[in-house]
Design a protein around this ligand. Structure first.
Ligand code: ASP
Ligand code: MG
Length: 428
């Protein structure tokens, strides 16, 4: 007997028919002798609908700057999952499986008070354990929690993944199965590269990079949680027939692993990630003197804007150019901070902004032990005539910023060059 956490996304919960099929799948696992905790998302489209209603009553800008309003936004958004858990518990009971549903506030799933992006502080496992011991399936809302003052919070879009992994960590579950509308983690997005392959395993560190670099399979915080508490997480399809044999289901999809040794035979690069979420800003003609990076980026950080790639050029006659990227949503705000604070304080000549960029990254723990991986990336891009605007590296990834219009070409060329295409012979 194992203790298993299942997470079902919005598509799997999209209609009563689908919810019934989820219940049948869960019932199959229970009948095989396992203890089950299930964490569903809201029915597909529901969170968007709820947020849309709220925004009809209060404009975005006002909402974003009012704690009181954000509190209510979370109160509204959290109801999507509230409905899901009740319906799923009913569907399980209809299958003859004893089941009980809880909202995050009932477990409780304790979070901080950062509405719309709350972080889980702790999960009380007592009530859940008692139910499991009594032979019940426990269905817990994804996405929601409760802050120290008793306010309902939500964990950010896609937050049900994090709820599920956190619940699995709290219960020391044997495995957390994330059922979703893709059948695993791919070497890159198959919509861009049809030759992309599903990975049967991916190391936790690679998954973390892939998630933070733009692969949307899992919410990044869920991957962080899995790493911190060493939760075995498997991403698998919710579209397989519910009655396939458990052994087949349990070995499908992609398993996130923690051991590197198994990966010795694996390709050096595990996958190619990309995103179009960033914008580049250059501050031209800043005086090159100690403290200048802080003078430029300090006010940006004070405005709560995250900075990603940073480049400072060599200086000429005491002046230099300084470029960095921010999320596109923060672009206008960043330009404003620079114009009103940084230009006057530094005497920089001007600002150049570019929102038509993208970031393409190669990720693989094999990069640690292989030299020349980054240079192969640069060579591949140059052979395609793609100009690299910025570069950043870490131990297991290299990212480049390029013109957005070359994104698909770059991803395809790199996928091929690193032997990731289906049927490719991996050679270097
Ligand atoms: N329902 C929430 C959302 O749409 C949480 C989730 O699905 O993970 O973002
Ligand atoms: Mg999701």
């Amino acid at each position: 007997m194992a203790l298993i956490v299942h997470k079902y996304g919005g598509t799997s919960m999209g209609s009563t028919e689908r919810i019934r099929s989820v219940a049948q799948r869960v019932a199959k696992w229970v009948r095989a002798g396992h203890q089950l905790v299930v964490v569903p998302s809201a029915m597909s489209g529901e969170t968007n609908r709820l947020l849309g209603l709220a925004k009809e009553l209060m404009p975005d800008a006002t909402l974003a700057n009012s704690e009181a309003a954000l509190r209510e936004l979370d109160a509204v958004a959290a109801t999507g999952e509230q409905v899901s858990v009740g319906l799923l518990a009913l569907a399980l009971q209809a299958q003859g499986i004893p089941a009980v549903s809880y909202g995050g506030w009932q477990v409780p799933v304790a979070t901080d008070s950062a509405y719309t992006k709350a972080r889980i502080a702790s999960i009380d496992d007592q009530r859940v354990r008692a139910d499991l011991a009594a032979g019940k399936v426990v269905v817990i809302t994804g996405f929601q929690g409760i802050d120290p003052q008793g306010n309902v919070t939500t964990l950010g879009r896609g937050g049900s993944d994090t709820s599920a992994v956190a619940v699995a960590a709290a219960l020391k579950a044997d495995e957390c199965l994330i059922y979703t509308d893709v059948d695993g983690v791919y070497t890159t997005d198959p919509r861009i590269v049809p030759e992309a392959r599903r990975l049967s395993t991916i190391s936790f560190e690679e998954m973390l990079e892939m998630a933070s670099l733009g692969s949307k399979v899992l919410q990044i915080r869920s991957v962080e949680f899995a790493g911190k508490y060493k939760v075995p997480v498997r991403v698998l399809s919710s579209f397989t027939p519910w009655d396939i044999p458990i052994a087949e289901e349990a070995s499908s999809g992609t398993l996130i692993t923690f051991e590197e040794d198994e990966k010795m035979e694996q390709a050096v690069v595990a996958g190619i990630a990309f995103n179009r979420d960033e914008a580049k800003i250059s501050v031209i003609g800043v005086p090159d003197r100690p403290g200048i990076a802080h003078q430029i980026l300090g006010p940006v950080a004070d405005a709560n804007i995250d900075i990603d790639v940073i480049i400072q050029n060599v200086s000429h006659e005491g002046r230099t150019d300084f470029s960095f990227t921010v999320h596109r949503n923060d672009y206008a705000r960043t330009m404003n901070v620079l114009e009103t604070q940084v230009i006057p304080s530094t005497g920089a000549a001007k600002l150049i902004g570019d929102t038509k960029i993208c970031k393409v990254s190669i990720v693989g723990i094999g990069m640690r032990s292989h030299v020349g991986v980054a240079s192969k990336m640069f060579r591949t891009l140059s052979e395609e005539g793609i100009n690299i605007q910025m570069i950043t590296t870490s131990e297991i990834k290299t990212s480049v910023v390029i013109d957005e219009k070359y994104m698909e070409l770059a991803v395809r060329a790199l996928h091929k060059a690193f032997g990731l295409d289906a049927g490719a012979v991996v050679a270097d």
